[in-house]
Write a protein that binds this ligand. Structure first.
Ligand code: C2E
Ligand code: SIN
Ligand code: SIN
Ligand code: FE
Ligand code: FE
Length: 429
């Protein structure tokens, strides 16, 4: 992994959407690994061919500004901003670090396909800038004690010059560090003019990052709400939380095999656990009845689809809108004999069609108050029979062709029968 990899010439800034690791920086991030970080950064940001110095600056800025303004995914935004800074001042590479107040680290997305990286806020030039909130130009890093030489030692990358700026929010708090390494033009390293130019980018960065972080915060809150509500619903019907996890995974697999986009598949996966949320309004006497429902009870039971839709339909949020559709349509059938509306074929939303198969597979493979789990053979026969009747024929084909993968998910999220949930207890005092 060498830094001087000029072969990716002519690529557009930020080309190639990141497969984003949807993670909070505070939880589950890889352990701090500056050496790895350095290697990955060096590999990820090969020198740009078109250099800033021989182009009017606005020609560099305008294309980036539009793309940056439109980008709401925080990982892609960090990469885009890094490319922007690098091209703006002719650096070999550039990294936009964000402060994580909770654990005192700086983290960044340093390469497409590579996880987020973090470094301690107490180390290196980047750490110094984050702590002091002041810009630093260092054109002789090996004679600066703040510089962390070990990183170069371990990666073979030679840092010659470094320009690091604090990124500040509207209240003048340092929220990150914009760091450029190795000036490519001239021999004297980074200049005051480079600093002014990068400052321009850094000023703009504070605002867009805030918006993107807010967006990520909202989406992760939505995910938590959906999962918690779905689990609450399942607890009522004495199904374990495993049911909603399995349905989510089956839906993801269907989405991938059916060729839905990555975003659609993710949306489906995250919102499908809500399909039966309407059951929280169904009385126990019906929901937990150990035998067949009578006609009147069946009318009440079927209302869980419209009830779920009514609970969710007022939200404008993407995940909740999707959850509303799924709650509403997961009992519709391909041949038009389902409920609540008797929709037919592709008039049923693809999310509803997919969740129907995921839900029935999981219901059949599990014990319910009113039935025992079925053998796999019997389940397969039902899917063959219902192909084109209850189920979208293409989705039934996907199920039958990938039955092993579905069973694998089933086994990975087994119901633990004798696990009464511990009531919360008070801490000792
Ligand atoms: P569920 O238990 O989550 O079942 C979801 C779907 O799986 C059912 O939707 C049905 O399409 C399929 N399914 C489940 N068990 C069987 C089965 O033994 N045979 C067949 N052929 N399909 C099965 P459906 O029928 O619209 O039922 C919706 C919900 O109504 C069920 O959700 C369950 O909560 C309740 N329910 C359905 N039938 C009964 C029953 O006889 N007694 C009780 N107590 N509840 C029932
Ligand atoms: C880096 O160079 O990427 C971080 C280490 C430092 O700022 O000295
Ligand atoms: C599909 O079924 O291929 C996706 C389009 C749709 O929502 O029907
Ligand atoms: Fe249902
Ligand atoms: Fe269900």
């Amino acid at each position: 992994m060498q830094a001087k990899n000029g072969s990716k010439s002519g690529r557009k800034p930020g080309t190639g959407a990141a497969r984003t690791a949807k993670r909070r920086p505070s939880a589950g991030t890889r352990p701090s690994a500056p050496a790895e970080a350095r290697t990955a950064i060096a590999a990820a940001a090969p020198r740009a061919v078109a250099q800033a110095s021989d182009r009017p600056i606005e020609q560099i800025i305008f294309p980036y500004i539009n793309r940056i303004a439109a980008e709401r995914n925080i990982d892609r935004l960090l990469l885009l901003l890094a490319d922007f800074g690098r091209d703006l001042i002719s650096a070999d590479r550039c990294t936009v670090w964000l402060c994580n107040e909770k654990d005192g680290t700086l983290w960044s997305k340093v390469a497409h396909g590579v996880d987020r990286m973090s470094i301690p806020k107490t180390k290196g030039i980047a750490g110094w800038v984050a702590m002091h909130g002041e810009a630093l130009i260092i054109n002789d890093p090996y004679n600066d004690e703040r510089f962390d030489k070990d990183v170069d030692k371990r990666t073979g990358y030679r840092t010659r010059s470094m320009l690091s700026l604090p990124i500040k929010d509207a209240d003048d708090r340092t929220v990150g560090v914009y760091q450029a390494v190795n000036k490519l033009t001239g021999t004297s390293g980074f200049s005051e003019l480079d600093k002014e130019h990068l400052l321009l980018a850094a000023t703009y960065t504070g605002e867009v990052l805030k918006a993107a972080q807010l967006q990520e915060e909202i989406e992760s809150t939505q995910r938590e709400i959906i999962f918690t509500m779905a689990e609450a619903g399942e607890m009522r019907s004495k199904e374990t939380g495993q049911h909603v996890k399995r349905v989510a995974e089956y839906c993801r697999l269907f989405g991938e095999k059916h060729g839905l986009s990555e975003t659609e598949t993710e949306t489906l996966k995250l919102s499908s656990p809500m399909h039966d949320i309407g059951k929280i309004a169904i009385p126990d006497a019906i929901l937990l009845k150990p035998s067949k429902l009578d006609d009147a009870e069946w009318v009440v039971m079927r209302s869980h689809s419209t009830l779920g839709h009514d609970m969710l339909k007022y939200s404008d949020r993407r995940l909740l809108r999707s959850a509303a559709i799924i709650a509403w349509q997961h009992h519709e059938k391909w041949n038009g004999t389902g409920y609540p509306c008797g929709l037919k074929g592709e008039a049923i939303h693809i999310y509803g069609r997919i969740t129907a198969l995921a839900d029935v597979f999981d219901a059949l493979a599990s014990d319910r108050p009113y039935k025992k789990a079925w053998e796999l053979d019997r389940i397969v026969k039902l899917f063959e029979t219902e192909r084109g009747a209850h189920f979208d024929p293409d989705l039934a084909r996907i199920f039958l062709e990938n039955i092993d993968a579905f069973v694998k998910i089933r086994n990975a999220y087994k119901d633990e029968t004798e696990k009464p949930s511990e009531p919360s207890s008070c801490p000792p005092h």
